[in-house]
Design a protein around this ligand. Structure first.
Ligand code: PEP
Ligand code: MG
Length: 581
C-alpha cells in the first residue's frame, strides 16, 4: 500500500489516534439463489444448514462463557436471547422444509424463514417483541456468515489496542465496545448526528463516519491515523506524517487541558448575556463526570440507552435509582430527563428495510409511549419519584402537536395522583417541557409555548425532518445544513414564541456543541445549550469572546439572504471581524 493515503469522511468525535486497523468485513452475504434439482443437492444443502446452525450455536456459547467471566450483564442478556432464538425449532425445521419442498439452497431457505418469523412477531403487535427482531437479524447474519464459511470478529475481546473499521456499527454495538481496546473507529455509514456518532462522543472515542468505501481500501494491521476533529484518516503514514500527527495529538490534548481555566468562570458574552451550558448524556456512567467538564447540569438525559440490549424492560425501581442518583450527583443543578425515544436509528442498524420502511417517521418516541402507556407510566413514575431528590425536569421527544401534550399531561396527573395515594414523595411543581424537533411543532411554537414550561430544540431531528434528509444516511449528509434559511426561520420562530410566552428555550442538538453556530444561537437569544460534555469549555471560551449585541445584529441580517452559501459567506466575513475586534 502507498504511504499517506488521505481519506475524508465526517468528523464524529474529536481527538486523534494512531494505531493499527482491526477490520470488520462488511459481509453482505450475497448468495445467488440456487434452485436445486437433484436429491443429492437437497441433502447437501440440508447438511450445510445444519452445520451452520450448529457452528453458530457453538460460537455463541463460547462467547457467552467469555462474557460471563468478564461479567457484563447486558452483554450476557443479549447472548442468552441470541442462543434462545437460535434454538427455536421453527427456525431450523422450517428452513429444512423449504430446502426440500421448495428445492432452494440453504441461504435462500433461511432468509425466507427468518422473514416469515419476523413477520409473525410483528403481527403480534407487541412493541417490545418487535424490537427483538433486531436480535433475529444478528442471528440470521451469523448463520449466513457460517454458511459462507467466513470468520467473525468480536469487538468485545480484540486483545490489543486498535482502530475498528466497519461498514456500520449500531448504537447497540458501540455501547458494548471495549473502550480500553477500541481507541477509535471509522465507519462507512452514518452522519454527524446519527446515534452511533453520538455514542462515540459519549464514550470519548475519536471517530470518523460516513467514509464510503473505507472497508475495501484497508487491510488488517495497517497503521492508521484517525483525526476525529477534521474527519480525516490517513492510511499507512510515513515517518514524517506520523511525527506531524503525534505533535497534533499533543497539541489537541494540550488545548483540551488549557480549556480547564474556563471551568469556573461564567458562561456569558462580553456584554453580559448568559447562556447556560449543560451536558447531554447517553450512558449513566457519564453523570458523575459532567460537572468536571464545566456543565451547569444535564440538559438532555437520553434514557433510551437504559432500555437498549436488555432482556427485559427496566423496572420502576431500577429507573428510579438511576434518576435519583443523577439528580443527587448533579444537584443543585438541574437534570432534564427525556422520556424514552426509541425507534429511528436506535435499535436498528442492521435494518431490514422491508420491515422498517420509514422508522424515523414511524412509531418513534412519544408515539410509542402514548401507545405503550404501561411502559411510559413506569418511566414517568420513576422520574417523578426521583424529583423528590434534586432538581429534575421532564422532557418529551418528537412532539408534533397540542393533543400529544394534553395526553401526556393527563397521564402525568394520573401518575401524580397514584404516587400521592401511595405516599411516595415527588416534586409537585416539576417542570414539563418538550423537544421541538418536528417541523409542525416548530411552526406552532406559539401555541405549544402556552402548554409547557420550557422548550428544548432538537436540531438533529428538526433538520432531518424539515429538510427531508435521513440523519443516518451519508449519501445525503451534504444536505444537512443548520444554516439553511428554512432552519434559521424555524429557530427564530421557536425562540421568539418561547420568549413571547415567558418560557425558556434550550437547544440540545449537536449544533449546540459547534462553535461556528454560536454567534447565531447567541444572536437568536437561546437561553440554554446542552451538548456533548467535552464541547462545553470550548463553547464557553468562544462565548466569552463574543458580543451579544453584535451577534444579534449579524443574525438579524442573515434573514436577508436566500441561500446557504450566501448565509455562510456573510457569517464568515462578519464573525471574522468580531473575533478580531
Ligand atoms: C435532536 O433531535 O436534536 C436530539 C437532541 O435528540 P436525538 O439526537 O436523541 O434524536
Ligand atoms: Mg431528536
Amino acid at each position: 500500500m502507498d504511504n499517506n493515503i488521505l481519506l475524508t469522511g465526517i468528523a464524529a468525535s474529536p481527538g486523534i489516534v494512531i494505531s493499527r486497523i482491526f477490520l470488520i468485513d462488511h459481509v453482505v452475504f450475497e448468495f445467488s439463489h440456487v434452485q436445486l434439482t437433484t436429491e443429492a443437492e437437497i441433502c447437501a444443502e440440508e447438511k450445510h444448514l445444519e452445520n451452520a446452525i450448529a457452528a453458530s450455536k457453538a460460537q455463541l456459547e463460547k462467547t457467552r462463557k467469555e462474557i460471563s467471566r468478564k461479567s457484563s450483564k447486558e452483554a450476557q442478556y443479549i447472548m442468552d436471547t441470541h442462543i434462545l432464538i437460535l434454538q427455536d425449532k421453527q427456525l431450523k425445521n422450517n428452513s429444512l422444509k423449504r430446502i426440500r419442498t421448495e428445492r432452494i439452497d440453504a441461504a435462500w431457505a433461511l432468509k425466507n424463514t427468518m422473514k416469515e418469523l419476523r413477520k409473525n412477531i410483528l403481527d403480534l403487535g407487541d412493541d417490545y417483541l418487535k424490537d427483538r427482531t433486531s436480535d433475529m437479524d444478528y442471528i440470521e447474519k451469523r448463520i449466513l456468515r457460517n454458511l459462507a464459511g467466513k470468520k467473525e470478529k468480536l469487538l468485545s475481546n480484540i486483545g490489543e489496542q486498535v482502530v475498528v473499521i466497519a461498514h456500520d456499527l449500531s448504537p447497540a454495538d458501540t455501547v458494548n465496545l471495549n473502550v480500553s481496546e477500541v481507541l477509535g473507529f471509522v465507519t462507512e455509514c452514518g452522519g454527524k448526528t446519527s446515534h452511533t456518532a453520538i455514542m462515540s462522543r459519549a464514550l470519548k472515542i475519536p471517530s470518523v463516519v460516513g467514509l464510503k468505501g473505507i472497508t475495501e481500501k484497508v487491510e488488517n494491521g495497517t497503521v492508521i491515523i484517525v483525526d476525529g476533529i477534521h474527519g480525516i484518516v490517513i492510511l499507512n503514514p510515513d515517518a514524517e506524517t506520523l511525527l506531524k500527527y503525534k505533535q497534533k495529538k499533543e497539541q489537541h490534548e494540550e488545548f483540551e487541558r488549557s480549556l480547564l481555566q474556563y471551568k469556573d468562570v461564567p458562561a456569558e458574552s462580553t456584554d453580559g448575556f448568559g447562556i447556560n451550558l449543560l451536558a447531554n448524556i447517553e450512558i449513566v456512567e457519564e453523570v458523575s463526570s459532567v460537572l468536571d467538564y464545566g456543565a451547569e447540569g444535564i440538559g438532555l438525559f437520553r434514557t433510551e440507552f437504559l432500555y437498549l440490549n436488555k432482556k427485559e424492560l427496566p423496572k420502576e425501581k431500577e429507573l428510579f435509582e438511576i434518576f435519583k442518583k443523577a439528580a443527587q450527583q448533579v444537584a443543585p443543578h438541574p437534570v432534564t430527563i427525556r422520556t424514552l425515544d426509541i425507534g429511528g436509528d436506535k435499535f436498528i442498524s442492521h435494518v431490514d428495510i422491508a420491515d422498517e420502511m420509514n422508522p424515523a417517521m414511524g412509531l418513534r418516541a412519544i408515539r410509542f409511549c402514548l401507545k405503550e402507556t404501561k411502559i411510559f407510566k413506569t418511566q414517568l413514575r420513576a422520574i417523578l419519584r426521583a424529583s423528590a431528590y434534586g432538581k429534575i425536569k421532564i422532557m418529551f421527544p418528537m412532539i408534533s402537536g397540542i393533543t400529544e401534550v394534553r395526553m401526556i399531561k393527563k397521564l402525568i396527573k394520573e401518575v401524580k395522583t397514584d404516587l400521592k395515594k401511595q405516599n411516595k414523595p415527588f416534586d409537585p411543581k416539576i417542570k414539563i417541557g418538550i423537544m421541538v424537533e418536528v417541523p409542525s411543532a416548530a411552526t406552532i411554537a406559539d401555541l405549544l409555548a402556552k402548554e409547557v414550561d420550557f422548550f428544548s430544540i432538537g436540531t438533529n431531528d428538526l433538520i432531518q425532518y424539515a429538510l427531508a434528509i435521513d440523519r443516518v444516511n451519508e449519501q445525503v449528509s451534504y444536505l444537512y445544513e443548520p444554516l439553511h434559511p428554512s432552519i434559521l426561520r424555524l429557530l427564530k420562530n421557536i425562540v421568539d414564541a418561547a420568549h413571547d410566552n415567558g418560557i425558556t428555550v434550550a437547544l440540545c442538538g449537536e449544533m449546540a456543541g459547534e462553535n461556528i453556530y454560536l454567534p447565531v444561537l447567541l444572536g437568536l437569544g437561546v437561553d440554554e445549550m446542552s451538548m456533548n460534555p467535552v464541547a462545553i469549555l470550548k463553547v464557553k471560551k468562544t462565548l466569552r469572546s463574543l458580543s451579544y449585541k453584535k451577534c444579534k445584529h449579524i443574525t438579524n441580517r442573515l434573514f436577508d439572504y436566500s441561500t446557504v452559501d450566501e448565509i455562510k459567506d456573510f457569517l464568515k466575513k462578519e464573525t471574522k471581524k468580531i473575533f478580531h475586534a
